[in-house]
Design a protein around this ligand. Structure first.
Ligand SMILES: *Cc1c(COP(=O)(O)O)cnc(C)c1O
Length: 422
């Protein structure tokens, strides 16, 4: 269908949307009594309405069963986390045995670096992107220092070219080949939080493996957003948070991927705990650690079941809808949003620039030349929730589960009014 900047066109697109019933499965905050237009599913996804039921189930089991709940609850707590693997595997392109859920994202990246960053005098460098998400910068620098190395020497950043807003695959590959045998680890954000760029993870993973490095991915902005094939790409590990596109609630647990080639090893460097111990023998309380034969070997503590409940609720929706349909809608709704932005720019002559390249997920980052923060506040007052990143970027992420084409059109009208008033 040919896009038009009209309510009629937007409503027709909504009519054709195979995910249109999903909007009603989420709670929307309201401004002036009306559901907001929510562009921040890349920061905190909306609450699925079925999440409360999953939490209540655990509260009820805890009240009625207490300790017996570990084994007698409807969904027993002692292996509650194992319910996630089957559901997460297709989202990240892994075998269920390669996926587990535990802790939180930065913590998991630290734990995975224990296994996949063991620098030697010859091979000690880490390749990452410049201006990565701050937590990743702190995490990697502190790991490097922990090994007695200097971040300046051990961390190699891939930079954007002058005047460009995105990374070029060829520059990343060149850096990997240049560092070559000194490269211990390539660890990057699969989708960049700032410009919304989806990196060519397959090509980069292959290049990293070819120089003999480990390759890991921070998928905070990628999981539930873009197509992932971690197993086939041959990535060594990955981790993601569940509260962005995965709608699992604030601060909720992180998903992890460890490639099966690393499973079943007793001598791999790893911080261990009883929840990673052979499931059948866990309660025999034996002195020697026997790893689970899969990614669960990286588990440490018993699972935070109450926290995990909304994540499980959310994954039910992913399972039902399927990533392929989500990605198809994502492509269309982002294209429509881009079209609307271009139409408004033409109509009111405003000065902004979309810095997200075509290799992208559902986020468009809009660079404003002047007065960005005022626009951000104006949008908020008018029921459009976006987010602001220094120095002058507004990020718009229409999550395909619950954003409508009509939202995109309405947003365009609010934007137009703002620039007209100026
Ligand atoms: C959101 C995000 C995080 C957040 O880390 P937490 O440990 O969950 O607080 C880390 N890295 C990236 C790239 C992110 O986008």
């Amino acid at each position: 269908m040919h896009f038009q900047n009209t309510l009629d066109c937007a409503q027709q697109l909504d009519q054709q949307d195979p995910l249109k019933e999903y909007r009603d499965k989420f709670h929307f905050p309201k401004v002036g009594g009306k559901d907001v237009i929510y562009f921040t599913g890349n920061s905190l996804g909306l609450q699925p309405k079925n999440a409360k039921k999953y939490v209540d189930e655990i509260m009820t089991d805890w009240a009625g069963l207490a300790v017996e709940g570990h084994f007698q609850a409807e969904k027993p707590w002692w292996d509650y986390h194992e319910r996630f693997s089957e559901k997460l595997a297709p989202i990240v392109g892994a075998k269920p045995s390669e996926v587990t859920v535990m802790n939180t994202l930065t913590v998991n990246l630290h734990l995975l670096m224990v296994s996949f960053y063991s620098p030697t005098s010859k091979r000690f460098k880490i390749i990452m992107e410049e201006k990565a998400f701050p937590s990743d910068q702190y995490m990697i620098a502190s790991q490097v220092r922990f090994h007695g190395l200097e971040p300046d020497e051990a961390i190699v950043e891939v930079k954007k070219r002058n005047g460009e807003h995105h990374f070029r695959t060829e520059d990343i590959l060149q850096k990997i080949n240049e560092v070559g045998e000194e490269c211990a680890l390539v660890l990057m954000g699969g989708v960049n939080y700032y410009n919304g760029q989806a990196l060519d993870m397959e090509t980069i993973t292959k290049a990293g493996k070819e120089v003999g490095a480990f390759v890991g991915w921070d998928l905070a902005h990628a999981a539930g957003n873009v197509e992932l094939n971690l197993h086939d790409w041959g990535a060594d590990f990955a981790a993601w948070c569940s509260y962005k596109y995965m709608n699992a609630g604030p601060g909720n647990a992180s998903g992890c991927f460890v490639h099966e080639r690393h499973h079943g090893q007793k001598d791999i460097p790893r911080f261990e705990g009883w929840w990673g111990h052979n499931k059948g023998r866990r309660f025999l309380m034996e002195p020697e650690f026997q790893p689970e034969p899969n990614a669960n070997a990286w588990q440490i503590s018993n699972a935070p079941v109450l926290a995990l409940a909304p994540y499980l609720a959310s994954l039910e929706l992913f399972e039902e809808a399927g990533m392929a349909v989500l990605i198809e809608k994502r492509n269309r709704i982002v294209a429509y949003l881009e079209f609307i932005l271009q139409e408004i720019a033409r109509e009111v002559h405003c000065n902004f620039e979309i810095i997200t390249p075509q290799e992208r997920g559902t986020q468009l980052s809009v660079f404003l030349h002047g007065q960005g923060k005022e626009l951000f506040h104006y949008l908020m007052r008018n029921g459009v929730v976006t987010d602001w990143r220094e120095p002058n970027v507004i990020r718009l992420a229409p999550a395909p589960f619950y954003c409508s084409y009509e939202d995109m059109w309405k947003f365009g009208q609010v934007l137009k009014d703002y620039f007209k008033k100026e």
